[in-house]
Structure formats: structure tokens, C-alpha cells
Design a protein around this ligand. Structure first.
Ligand SMILES: Nc1ncnc2c1ncn2[C@@H]1O[C@H](COP(=O)(O)OP(=O)(O)O)[C@@H](O)[C@H]1O
Ligand SMILES: Nc1ccn([C@@H]2O[C@H](COP(=O)(O)O)[C@@H](O)[C@H]2O)c(=O)n1
Length: 436
């Protein structure tokens, strides 16, 4: 999965209700679609409505009657909005619970995943109200449409789309919408960099904004070419063993493993360095420069990749990663994609390939060819051993005792079909226990 290498550009779009904020955003995205390299894919639009604080049943009844203030700052979870935007700015994928305007509540189990993008557009009546959120924006737009037009649009929208009656609409408008606009939304106009009168009809303003985004995207692409971090893959697991000898065997000096909470990544730079990172911390960094190429070898299978190299003090460092799935691709696809790049820089073999001739010395001494077994064989092997199991087969070389099996399976093993594998082993162990 490739993602933007530099901080995304965050645009805020504020303005009164029905001023045309979403229409302006749609127009911006549509105009970007006309660009040659599909730059619209690198833009995400987020609406403030998804950040309403949850309402109690009683509050929802009041809201249904038009008797609840949906336009006051306290109605919004500004902390959640702040952390969500911060996460996006830090290149993280965020999950947004969809809000249903008609029911005045979030939809159970309905989430939108927003993956890292270059441009984020955040639109809503009060996006410039909260100072710490306001400070995050690189560009602030205010859609300025007169009150009559906004009210007329609101009446039509609320009747047609939200099935509300005129009394409800006018009641909430007079009691809450209008005063809140004047008290909280309008005063934020002064923070805007660009005020857009007449909303999306103002094609001159929209064109200028699109051009600005286009320039930013171009600059971003140019930087990506030069950037050290050019390819990224999300990981489920990462573990590393340091052996005290350059060859197989020898004691393990240090063992470390890490399960992902969504922030673990493998990055391959255009300067031929491979990083494992968590947030902004570097867990692993290997130089794959042509001059050191012979010292790095590895193997892969399914969604797992194992690399070996000899460190300066003649220790052998083995590290394993398991690729995460994304919405569109399985972990094994991401692994394959990564291997495609890595093969240009180091010797990698597919663990399922029978041919061993290409396996480098470090590989063949570290992995015993006879111990490379398929998952069903491995399960048989696991179950055939009563006391101690030597799991050299995949990526682990220490004996595992049965009583530690659960912990081992859950924490340490990086196995190509990991979840299926674990559940199959559990099922088999359970059925064996029952038989006994
Ligand atoms: N320039 C425009 N001319 C005519 N109708 C518009 C215009 N901009 C928006 N609308 C309509 O007004 C309503 C509210 O627009 P929208 O963009 O959703 O506003 P906001 O996001 O500010 O609430 C929608 O029905 C939309 O189609
Ligand atoms: N369930 C809801 C939630 C919000 N509103 C109104 O929407 C307006 C803000 O959204 P815009 O798209 O117009 O910016 C705001 O005035 C809320 O009163 C609603 O009607 N129902």
C-alpha cells in the first residue's frame, strides 16, 4: 500500500448551514478528477456531522421535535475531531462512525475508513470554532451565502431529504440555528484565508482553490520521488531475534516481538533502506545498498516475510514481519508487492518453492530445509509431540512446551495463515482433549 510520504494538506471549509459547503467540496473533488493522474483519489472529504456527541433517547426525542440545539459547539465532540485530524495528519488510517441525520444518531457498525491521503477537506458549520482544531488547518475557506438563501435551501432539504415538516424546520431555525450561526459560526469568518461568496457558483474562487491543491499535489509527488520513504506497507506483527553467531544455532541474545495496533509499518525508501516503524519510532533499519546486498537474504510465504543479515559484531539478526490486509487486498498480496521491490535489492526465496539451489548460505544454514513444512504438516507435528515441540519449521527455533503453547501461538508465531492456523490448532487440541 503506498501512502503519502509527507504531511497531508488539511483544508477547513466552514460556513452557515446550507451555505453550500458540501457542494463546494464536491466541486473541488470533481475538478480534481479531471486531472491526469487521478489526483482526486488523494483527497478525502470529512463532514463535521459524524462528530456529533451521542444523544440520549430523551435528547433524540427532543431533536425529532426540533427542540434540541444541534448547532451549538457543545453538540460536537471536538476532542474526537481533534485526535482524528491529528491521526490523519500523522499518516494514520482513521475510522469514522457514520451519523444519520434523520435519526439524530450514529449508525451502529457503519464506519468509514479513511486511509492516508495527501489532501483532507474537513467541512462543517463550526470547524473554525475550536482553537486547537482551527490551528491544524493549512488553508481555511468560508462559504458565505446570505441568510434567505440558506433558509430557503434548508426548508427544501429538510422537507425532501429528512422528511421534516415546516413547523419543525422553522421552530429549530428560529430557536437554535439562526442564533447559533450568529454567535458561533459567523464570528469564525475572520479566520478564513478565502471567503467564497455564492459557494459553488463562484467558479473563479473554486478554480483558484483547485489550482492551489493541484500545485500542492504536484509538489507532494515531486517530494515523494526524492523522499526517503516511498513505499509503505501496514503490518500485523514484527519480531526480531539476535543470535550471537553469524551462523545458525548459537544462543539468542535478544528476542523482541511486537503486535500491531495499526501503527506498525514496513517502509522501503528510494535510498534503498528498509525500515520497520511504529508511529515515528524506527524499530528496524537495514541498508539494502548494492555494496552490502550480499549480507541480506530472506524468505517469504503467504503474508509473512523473514529477512536475515549479519550485524557489525558478527551477530545474526533475523526479523519477521506479517503484512496486514487492507480493504482491497489481502496481506499476502501486500507481501508479494513488497517482495517485488525487495527482490531487486536482495536475495529472496519463496518458502513454498522446492528449488533450494538459489538459497543463500545464510539461509540454508539458518533454515533447515527438512523443517520447512506446510501448515497441516505443522499442525500434525505440533500434536504428535507430547511434551516439547521444536518449531523450527517456520520462524521459530526454540522448543515450545505444551503449557506455553497458547501464549506462543498468540504472541510469537508469525505464520502465513495465522488466524486460521491458530483456530485450527485450538480446534484439534480441544477435540483431542475430549477424546482423552
Ligand atoms: N450554488 C448553489 N445553487 C443552488 N443550490 C445549491 C447551491 N449550493 C448548494 N445548493 C443546494 O443547497 C443545499 C445545501 O447545500 P450543501 O452544499 O449541502 O450545503 P452545506 O453543506 O453548507 O449544508 C443542497 O440541496 C444543495 O443542492
Ligand atoms: N440530525 C441533524 C443534525 C444536524 N442538522 C443540522 O445540520 C446543520 C449543519 O449541517 P450542514 O450540512 O448544513 O452544514 C445544522 O444547522 C443542524 O441544525 C440537522 O438538521 N439534523
Amino acid at each position: 500500500m503506498s501512502s503519502p510520504p509527507v504531511k497531508p494538506f488539511l483544508i477547513g471549509v466552514a460556513g452557515g448551514p446550507c451555505s453550500g459547503k458540501s457542494t463546494v467540496c464536491e466541486k473541488i473533488v470533481k475538478d480534481l478528477e479531471c486531472l491526469t493522474d487521478n489526483q482526486a483519489n488523494r483527497v478525502a472529504v470529512i463532514a463535521l456531522e459524524h462528530f456529533y456527541r451521542p444523544k440520549s433517547a430523551e435528547q433524540r426525542v427532543l431533536a425529532t421535535r426540533g427542540d434540541w440545539n444541534l448547532d451549538h459547539p457543545v453538540a460536537f465532540d471536538d476532542e474526537l475531531l481533534f485526535t482524528t485530524l491529528q491521526d490523519l495528519l500523522n499518516g494514520k488510517t482513521v475510522r469514522i462512525n457514520r451519523y444519520d441525520v434523520r435519526t439524530f444518531s450514529h449508525i451502529d457498525g457503519e464506519y468509514e475508513n479513511i486511509e492516508p491521503v495527501d489532501v483532507i477537506i474537513m467541512e462543517g458549520i463550526l470547524v473554525f470554532y475550536f482553537p486547537q482544531i482551527r490551528d491544524l488547518f493549512n488553508m481555511k475557506l468560508f462559504v458565505d451565502t446570505d441568510a434567505d438563501t440558506r433558509l430557503a435551501r434548508r426548508v427544501l432539504r429538510d422537507m425532501k431529504l429528512h422528511g421534516r415538516n415546516l413547523e419543525h424546520i422553522l421552530n429549530s431555525y428560529t430557536n437554535y440555528v439562526k442564533p447559533a450561526f450568529e454567535d458561533f459560526c459567523l464570528p469564525t469568518k475572520k479566520y478564513a484565508d478565502v471567503i467564497i461568496p455564492r459557494g459553488a457558483d463562484n467558479s473563479v474562487a473554486v478554480d483558484l482553490i483547485v489550482q492551489h491543491i493541484k500545485d500542492f499535489l504536484k509538489q507532494n509527488t515531486d517530494m515523494a520521488v526524492q523522499s526517503p520513504l516511498t513505499q509503505h506497507w501496514s503490518l500485523i506483527r514484527y519480531s526480531v531475534d539476535i543470535h550471537n553467531s553469524a551462523n545458525s544455532g548459537g544462543t539468542i541474545l535478544q528476542r523482541q516481538f511486537d503486535r500491531s495496533d495499526g501503527q506498525l509499518r514496513l517502509s522501503l525508501t528510494s535510498t534503498q533502506q528498509l525500515f520497520v516503524t511504529r508511529d515515528n519510532d524506527i524499530e528496524e533499519c537495514i541498508d539494502l545498498w548494492p555494496t552490502v546486498i550480499s549480507s541480506v537474504t530472506g524468505t517469504y510465504v503467504g503474508d509473512a516475510l523473514l529477512l536475515y543479515y549479519i550485524t557489525g559484531n558478527r551477530c545474526r539478526r533475523e526479523f519477521r514481519v506479517q503484512f496486514a490486509s487492507s480493504d482491497t487486498q489481502k496481506g499476502s498480496d501486500h507481501c508479494e508487492n513488497c517482495v517485488k521491490y525487495l527482490k531487486k535489492l536482495c536475495k529472496l526465496t519463496n518458502m513454498n518453492d522446492n528449488e533450494t539451489s538459489g538459497v543463500e548460505q545464510t539461509m540454508s544454514t539458518t533454515i533447515d530445509a527438512n523443517s520447512i513444512v506446510s501448515t497441516p504438516d505443522m499442525i500434525k507435528l505440533l500434536l504428535s509431540q507430547q511434551q516439547t515441540i521444536k518449531l523450527s519449521s517456520y520462524y521459530y527455533s526454540e522448543p515450545i512446551h505444551n503449557e506455553n503453547m497458547t501464549e506462543f501461538l498468540e504472541k510469537y508465531l508469525i505464520e502465513p495463515t495465522f488466524p486460521d492456523f491458530v483456530s485450527t490448532v485450538y480446534a484439534m487440541l480441544e477435540s483431542m482433549a475430549k477424546k482423552k
